[in-house]
Design a protein around this ligand. Sequence first.
Ligand code: AMP
Ligand code: FE
Ligand code: FE
Ligand code: ZN
Length: 283
Amino acid sequence: MRIDLHAHSNVSDGTENPADVMASAARAGLDVIALTDHDSTAGWDAASAAAVEHGVALVPGMEVSCRTEEGISVHLLSYLHDPKHPGLLEEITKAKDARHTRAERMVTLLAEDYPLTWDDVIHHVAPGATLGRPHIADALVAAGVVEDRSEAFASILTSRSRYFIQHYAPAPAIAVELVRAAGGVPVFAHPVASSRGRIVGERVYQEMIDAGLAGLEINHRDNPEEGRRFLRRLAGKHDLLVTGSSDYHGTGKPNLLGENLTEPDVLARIEELGSGTSVIRPF
Ligand code: AMP
Ligand code: FE
Ligand code: FE
Ligand code: ZN
C-alpha cells in the first residue's frame, strides 16, 4: 500500500485542479492520497468524484495556517474533520481573508521595485483559492524577475525579506483543539523545516500535545535528519503517530507524489480517530 498524506491543488497553491491531483496520484502508483489544501476544503467534492474514477482512495484533509505568539509559522494538517464545524470554519475563514489583505500589501511594496500589479497576481489564482506567496511568485516568474517559485522563495519572498508581511493565523494549540472538536485528526506538518523560517521549541510542542495533537509528519523532505531524530524521540515519548508525505504542489515545487509514504497501520489509526468525515474508497 502506497499512502501519501499531504498534497495541494489549485484550491490553494498547487498547480493542478483537485481532479487532476487524483489522476496524478493514480499515475504515481499511489493507493491512497490526502488532499490537504491550505485553509480550504473546497477541493473535496471534485477530488472524491475523481477518486472513484481513477481508483485511488482519498483522505479528505486540510493544512491549517497557524502562528505562535513569537510569530513563528506552524502548519497543522487535519484529516477527516467535519468541513462545516463552525469554530474551525471561522478560524480558517479569518486566516484566508487575512491572506488576501496581506498579499495586497506585499504586492504594493513589491510594485515599488518590480514590474508587478495586483492583476498579474490574481491571474495565477483560481477563483476562491487560498492566496499565498506562491501566487505572487508565479506573477514574478511571468514578469521575468525570477526563474521559478523556488528562486522567488530563496530571495524576494523569504520570510526574512523586506517585502514579507505576516497574516492572521490561530495559535497552534487552538487549531489543534478546533480540529479535534471538528472530529479531525491533527498532525504537525514538517515541524523542523528550518529552511522555511524559524521553528518552534519544546513549549509549543507541549501545548499542542496537551491540546490533543495526534501525530508528527516526520518523513518530509524539509525536515533535516537531526530534527527527525528529535521528532522520533518525541513521538515515542508521547505515543504520537508518525507520517510521511510528499507535500506535492504540482509543478509549483519539486516535491514528487509518493516521495515519502505513511504506513498502513498509521492510516488505520487516523481512520479510527477521525469522526468528521470518512475516507473515500473507490472499491
Ligand atoms: P504563505 O503561506 O503565503 O506565507 O506561503 C507559504 C507557502 O509557500 C507554503 O505553503 C509553501 O507551500 C510555499 N513554499 C514555500 N517555499 C517554497 C518554495 N521554495 N517553492 C515553492 N513554494 C514554496
Ligand atoms: Fe503550500
Ligand atoms: Fe506546509
Ligand atoms: Zn503543504
